[in-house]
Design a protein around this ligand. Structure first.
Ligand code: CO
Length: 210
């Protein structure tokens, strides 16, 4: 059987198992979408938001791209973010990177990988900003992993710089978290960078007329 056909056949198994466990499962699921979390993660196939947090469908609104980036001109990300905080009233936004990230690894060397280069440029900016701290680390993998952490922190900051987040902060309650998932043990590390008010960011990024 072609591998994509296996997906369809497993889907039927999954749906029938769900109905066996709870005959109302899909009726309840169809009723309303009220997720508690927005997850901004890497496209990497090994870091699926629901699986690694043991969460059922319906709880996490998900946006994924290469290296979990928050780029200020990315209409896709901004649309997801605005819908999540303005319409769904989600109060926890999580940026979750992962150690050994291929996007971050690609950004740390000087090779071209094609169209993705301009996307990876945003990670190079993070590297350049933290060059001194990073280049003290002699082990290449350890350096990549530190860049993974710093990249998550910068993306949390990039979220805080958006009008969408600052407007939500005026109403109160929104928190942005930075996490990193470990491929080697499956454990998520909380970087303890919680941004929950406009004072968390440099003054130049604050909007005063929202
Ligand atoms: Co990755």
């Amino acid at each position: 059987m072609d591998s994509h056909l296996q997906l369809l056949s497993r889907n039927k198994n999954w749906a029938s198992t769900k109905i066996k466990e709870d005959p109302e499962y899909f009726t309840k699921m169809r009723a309303v979408q009220k997720p508690d979390f927005l997850w901004i993660g890497c496209s990497d196939s090994r870091v699926p938001a629901e699986n690694v947090t043991e969460t059922d469908p319906g709880n996490i609104f998900v946006h994924r791209n290469i290296a979990n980036m928050v780029v200020s001109t990315d209409m896709n990300l901004l649309s997801v973010l605005d819908y999540a905080v303005t319409v769904l009233k989600i109060q926890h936004v999580i940026v979750c990177g992962h150690y050994g990230c291929g996007g971050v690894t690609a950004a740390i060397d000087n090779l071209s990988y094609g169209f993705v280069d301009s996307w990876l440029r945003n990670i190079k900016e993070v590297y350049a900003k933290y060059r001194v701290e990073l280049e003290i680390i002699t082990d290449r993998n350890a350096r990549i992993d530190r860049l993974v952490e710093l990249n998550v922190i910068e993306q949390v900051r990039n979220l805080a710089k958006t009008k969408i987040v600052q407007k939500a902060w005026m109403e109160g309650g929104l928190k942005i978290h930075g996490w990193v998932y470990g491929l080697e043990d499956g454990i998520i590390k909380d970087l303890n960078v919680v941004y929950d008010e406009v004072e968390n960011i440099d003054e130049i990024y604050r909007y005063t007329n929202l």
